[in-house]
Each structure stands twice: as C-alpha cells, then as structure tokens.
Design a protein around this ligand. Sequence first.
Ligand SMILES: [Zn+2]
Length: 470
Amino acid sequence: MKTILISLDTLRADHLGCYGWRFDTTPRIDAWAKQGVLFERCYATDVPTPPSYTAMLTGRYGMHNGVFGFQDPARFVPDPPMLQQQFAANGHETCAISNLFYPCPWLLPGWQTIMPPGLRFQGGRAPDVTDTAIDWLSRRKDRDFFLFVHYWEPHQPFTKAPPEHRELFPTEEYADVASDMKLLDANPIMKSFRRNYHRFGENEPNLSSAEVMARYDSQTHFVDAAVGRLFDWLEDAGLAEETVVVVTSDHGEAFGEYGSFDHYTCYENIAHVPLVIRAPGILPERTRIGGLVCGADLYATLLELAGIDVPDGLDSRSLFACARGDSDAPHESVVADGNSLCTQRMLVQGNWSLVHTINPGVFTHVEPWELFALDGDPEQDLSAQNPEVVADLKHKMECWVHTMTGGGIDPLVLASQKQMWAFGLRCFVEAVFEHLDVAKANPHVWEALRHKMGAGALDKLPWYEEWKQG
Ligand SMILES: [Zn+2]
C-alpha cells in the first residue's frame, strides 16, 4: 500500500472552499476532495504544532504521550510505536519531508529518510516541498511507502505567496468577516505582541485584521496550487488509483477573534481542522461525514487502510468503517487540549463547545468556563444563559479526564504551570517589557517571567521590592 499524509500547517477548516469558505482559496483540494471522504468536524486533539503532530503520529493525546505546547516532554516513550515505525516494521519505506524535527526530535524514530525543506524549522516554500516529494516518489513507484509531506503555508509570515495569488484576495472584500479586534486591542501586551510579530515577520507592524486574513487566504491558494501539482503528478505517474492520500492540518489560526492572533488559544478557530481521505477502491467518493473525529484517529485509520494490525492502548479510533458508511463517527464528544500563551481544554459536542481555561496566561478577559454555540456568534459566551448545558458538558469533561488519568493528576494542569515558551520569543518579551505595569498586575505572566528570567534579575528592578511588599 502507498500512503501519503499531507499537512498544510495552520489551515483552519472554515477557510477551505470545500468547508464552505466564501472565497475560492482551495480549488484544487476542493475538486480532489470530491473523489474521497471529507470529515466536516475533525478536531486536533492537542494544539499547537508540536503536540498536534505528536498526537497524530502516536495515536495518543498529550495526556498520554506527555507532549503539550512547545515544552520538551519530560519523558517520551511511544508505546505502542509511532505510526511511521509501524509502517516501517511492516515493509513500507518511510519518508518525511518536514522540518518539524528541529523542535520535535522525539518524532525522529521510524523515518528512513528525512528531508527538511529550507533546512530550518518553518523553512522552505510550497513549490519546493512538492518538488522534493515528486523527486522522492519518482524513484518509489513500485514500492509500498508512507510519505509525510508537510507544507508550511499558510503559516505566518504572510509574504510567501507571489503577487498572482495575492491579487485574487483583495483586502477590502474582508471588511465584514474580519474581527473588530476589540478584545485584542484592549489587552496592551497582546496588542504590542501582535505589532512586534508583524514587524518581525512582514516588516509591517500595523497590518489590519482584514489584511492579515486576505494574505492568509492568498497563502492557502498558493499552497493549494502546489498540492494540486502533486495530485497531477500522481495521476500522470499512474499512482493516483493505488495511493491513499490524506489532506489535513495541525491547527487553525486566529485573526483577532477571542482576543488572540496566530494560534495561542484552544477555541473553535484553532482546533477545528480539515480532514479529507481519498482511497480509491477502498473508500467511497463524494462522501461527507458530519460526526466528530479527531487528529489522533489518523493513526488507526491509516494502519487499517494499509492492512496493518492496529495495536491496543491508543486514543485513536479507526475511521475506516465510518468512512465506508458502515458505522457512525466514533466520538459523541471530542476534547482538544492547548498550552502555549494560555492553557485551555475544549470539549465539543453537538452544536456546543465548552472551553475550560486552566491558566489564562496573558488573556485577562477570559473566564474559567465559557460556552459557545457553534452556529452562533463564535465570541459570545453563552454559559450564563445555559447553566444546564455547562453542567452536562463539564461533567463529560471531568469524566474524560478521569478516564485518561485513571483518577490521577491531570498532566495538562501540571504543564500549565510552565508557560514560559513565549518568553523565548523576542517579540513577546519586548511586548511584556513595554507594559511591565500590566505584567506586574498579572500573576500568571509575572510568575512565568520571573521563572524564565530568573527571579534575581527582576529583583534588581527598582520597583520590584515595593511591589513585592505591597
Ligand atoms: Zn503548526
């Protein structure tokens, strides 16, 4: 069996044409998705990048594999072995075209070949990734293989798409879909952080939300063309009908909604990702599945599609029977964990998402429990009007944690105590130091800063003693 796992990093589900986006961002993927099974409601189990890919490749939540946020796992022992190890052990040649391994060396075992585009984390552009994939595939036409193709578009910086893609998405057409930035602009540290971020990334500190979203869509169109070229090559090489191809993403993107940008939270806009599987002769065409599935499910699904035994002890449920219409989607509810600028856990069920903020970090406006109607205003917290729904979903979340931990300590709560990752980002540290008074008033930010900088360094600041006593 030939299997290709394609990930378009940072692609939120609702920005693809085949998921209902109003702009024509993904014509190639849309056409191709009609030949396979599209899962309308797939959620990353853990966000952002490192834990999301780790969950896909281990078939286990961060709760079980130990990887949260950008923290190095204290202990990482994949048991059972990772997806690529399973393929390799069953006679498939394995290859990753990805530079994910710079921050995630624990994902290295099992790949027989690794080609990091751009030779650095987040390096390389979409056409180069496709060229590398075609070059590798052209010498494996008669082999069984598992190929991971990891594109870094539409991830920031939003300057990678050439003008012919950029011109298709005029900023003025985004005026009514872009966030009003009210929540973000009310948070001095986040406002400065965003400005610094775009100053470093695009050399344009004052980008509007509409401008960023238009550029993001142009990058999606750019990577869609590159993925389309890979589809064309598979067709021309005669491999399209004997290859399982998956298109998905690790997490979405925020454009000011919920008071954030980039992908630092765990709301619908970040955890809801696309998932399409084309498996000619095995799975049907023109099929859309509306039930809940998750990123970790890829592990069991890809093994079953390749005819490899699925081991026990996973958080991954095969979507094989569901995709063929032989069963319902495997989850009544799905949980997503996030740990970067804040620590959150979201449970999605039916038309609701309940978001529990364990550590708000820099987000001072966030309540510990928020409830959103997925078909309503994504920013309107409906928890006060629906206490019975909150109680029901809260109970489900607590039961899930109990099942995952066996009644022990919640590892996400432990991880939430170590939110220091952002203090390695110059643009964030500069924002904090621009607003030290705000940071001082926020114990979550201040304790993290003290820990990162060393309490001694901050103690030397003239006002620290006064603050400590008062
Ligand atoms: Zn990512």
